[in-house]
Design a protein around this ligand. Structure first.
Ligand code: TXA
Ligand code: MG
Length: 337
């Protein structure tokens, strides 16, 4: 079996998302079949993939990321028929959500079928399933003919990758092959919905807003983790997450930015939500769009970029406090923790 750790460099191979090269995909499946790790683009962020049904390969993902073994992974499939084969029970609600949002950035947590290795679930009795929309991800799953386990392709608790270079700088030689299919379109991770309780529960806000999920679900949707004595907690939702190395400060009021910049001696990056008059001194100022979906697209790439500049702090103007911004705000709050 191929070793995946401590090799000098990982291979980055270009692949055209509009028409993924069959020979590159075949080579990637060869790496996966040998138990190796392949990073690949999805529409949300890049994933670090391994054969989901091979416990040894899945274990290697945890090692490569430095992620605790009780933080469960998402199994990526082509659609409902593959998904329901991994589930002990596939409800009509699962069916409705999948038919509305798959392929796409929605992850469904369901009871795990007997025979599916528990290592993917971090020991829990459930499994998270997602059918990605990205053509490279789909080509890879189809060619392998099996589900692919894939967390975001970054070191534990650091910023998720939205392009191949982010994967290379975060995981380096811990990954055997990186498929470079350009930028991830959504820029933030999938929305995770737990269907194992009495009511559907959003465990992680993500690329599909809660308002869109409500159009399919006719009961009230719960949000956030459940009480920690329950089996329905979602490990992997640590307070600190998506964290840059540089100190990140979230400010609620635009007029406080100038003081923050002064306090850090001007060696700061500032991320604004929308355009602004600049009454402050900063090394770099980025205006992200005042639209939550467009903002999300740029957020992680902006954090990666600012983090590489050796600044004393990154000051982020908090986006509006309304529902459409939940996913973005969640990531900013965790990045600051
Ligand atoms: O967009 C995405 O979801 C990306 C791409 C690669 O698909 N993947 C991703 O994986 O973000 P990861 O491992 O970084 O985050 C998975 C999230 C975590 O919050 C984890 O706790 C939750 O899904 N999760 C996975 N399996 C679960 C389970 N069985 N029960 C509860 N939560 C689960
Ligand atoms: Mg992650």
């Amino acid at each position: 079996m191929k070793r995946t750790i401590n090799k000098p460099v990982s291979r980055i191979v270009m692949i055209d998302p509009a028409s993924p090269s069959t020979s590159v995909v075949r080579e990637a499946t060869r790496v996966l079949r040998q138990g190796g790790l392949v990073a690949f683009p999805t529409e949300t962020v890049y994933g670090l993939g391994a054969r989901a049904l091979d416990p040894e390969a899945v274990t290697r993902i945890f090692t490569a990321k430095g992620r605790p073994a009780n933080h469960p992974l998402i199994a990526h499939v082509l659609g409902v028929s593959d998904a329901s084969a991994l589930a002990a029970r596939w409800s009509s609600l699962a069916d409705e959500l999948a038919s509305r949002f798959w392929p796409g950035p929605l992850t469904l947590v369901v009871e795990r079928a007997v025979g599916i290795p528990s290592v993917i679930s971090g020991g829990a009795s459930t499994v998270a399933l997602r059918a990605p929309a990205h053509p490279v991800a789909r080509a890879l799953i189809a060619a392998l003919g099996e589900p692919i386990a894939a967390p975001s392709a970054n070191r534990y608790q650091s910023i998720s990758p939205t392009q191949a270079s982010h994967v290379a700088s975060s995981l380096g030689s811990n990954v055997d092959m990186i498929l470079d299919g350009g930028r991830s379109l959504c820029g933030i991770e999938s929305t995770v919905v737990d269907l194992t309780g009495e009511r559907p529960r959003i465990l992680r806000h993500g690329a599909i807003p809660i308002g869109s999920i409500r159009t399919v679900v006719d009961v009230e949707i719960a949000t956030g983790p459940v009480a920690s004595n329950s089996s329905r907690v979602s490990p992997g939702m640590d307070a600190r997450h998506y964290a840059p190395k540089t100190k990140l400060v979230l400010v609620d009021r635009r007029d406080l930015i100038a003081d923050m910049c002064l306090a850090e001696g001007g060696s700061v990056g500032v991320i604004l939500c929308g355009v602004a008059d600049r009454s402050f001194e900063a090394s770099r100022v980025v205006e992200l769009p005042a639209d939550s979906e467009l903002y999300a697209r740029e957020l992680f790439a902006t954090l990666h970029d600012l983090d590489a500049r050796g600044l004393k702090a990154v000051i982020v103007e908090a986006p509006p406090n309304d529902e459409s911004w939940l996913a973005v705000r969640d990531r900013l709050v965790r990045a600051q923790a």
